[in-house]
Design a protein around this ligand. Structure first.
Ligand SMILES: Nc1ncnc2c1ncn2[C@@H]1O[C@H](COP(=O)(O)OP(=O)(O)OP(=O)(O)O)[C@@H](O)[C@H]1O
Ligand SMILES: [Mg+2]
Length: 236
């Protein structure tokens, strides 16, 4: 794990008051899906923000490709290949789908039309709706816009905080299939999910966080098979 492409290693910190994270370690490799699950308030989003540089760490490190990036700002991390889709407010509702995707390409000064084409191939409904304000789309379609926007920088790491929040089971399955496709293309995918069972099913690695600490770590299959994890976090 110390050799993983992206590692949040023993992260400790919070929002200025008491620490929220207590030595949390999360790692993911290119081509893999790592999933963070755990109860509300466990620190899942905080761990994601810490890895993206939105939270100062009091102890621990974030490393990308073997390099210590703990001191980099989120903007600098984007330039290093990281993309983050936050849990809320992840699209510009009054802007069209196409404008949202263009915004995603903000750090690029080359021609990004081929990348937009790839996003439309991955999410065909976005091509159909490209002239519509993102706020008029369904919840699942808005999540596609958010993921598509993140892909516009051609990241090597894609971080998603609850990408299936508020969508139907069918839409969730479809979104997970697209996320698998993204990982197969060689991107490291790190996501937080409240649909723990389904997410661990597609996870190469799983992390159960509780009260700001790593409680269980294993492959998705190991966690799904663990009786304690099942009883406490997967509803039996
Ligand atoms: N901006 C903030 N300022 C201060 N405290 C915060 C902030 N955001 C979250 N917290 C606190 O940090 C703790 C962890 O919250 P976090 O959002 O990381 O949990 P989570 O596991 O993502 O929960 P959920 O499943 O509800 O999304 C909670 O106690 C929360 O109140
Ligand atoms: Mg959260």
């Amino acid at each position: 794990m110390t050799g993983s492409y992206l590692i949040g290693d023993e992260m400790t910190g919070g929002y200025g008051g008491a620490d929220i994270l207590h030595g949390v370690t999360i790692a993911v490799d290119k081509g893999e899906i790592a999933v963070i699950v755990g109860p509300n308030g466990a620190g899942k989003s905080t761990a994601m923000k810490a890895m993206f540089g939105m939270l100062p760490l009091r102890a621990g490190q974030v490393r990308l490709g073997g390099r210590d990036i703990t001191a980099l700002t989120p903007q600098e991390r984007v330039r290093e290949g990281m993309a983050f889709v936050p849990q809320t407010n992840n699209v510009f509702a009054s802007m069209t789908v196409e404008e949202n995707l263009e915004m995603g390409a903000f750090i690029r000064d080359d021609d990004f039309s081929a990348t937009m084409e790839q996003v439309f191939e991955l999410f065909p409904v976005l091509r159909e709706k490209r002239r519509q304000p993102a706020g008029e789309l369904s919840g699942g379609q808005r999540q596609q816009v958010a993921v598509g926007r993140a892909l516009m920088t051609r990241p090597s790491v894609l971080m998603l905080d609850e990408p299936t929040a508020g969508v139907s089971p069918i839409v969730m399955d479809e979104l997970f299939d697209r996320i698998i496709e993204i990982a197969r293309a060689g991107i490291a995918v790190l996501m937080v999910e409240q649909n723990a069972r389904q997410a661990l099913n597609i996870a190469d690695r799983g992390y159960v966080l509780v009260q700001g600490r790593n409680r269980y770590t294993g492959t998705g299959a190991e966690l799904l098979a663990d009786p304690e994890v099942r009883r406490s976090f997967l509803g039996g």
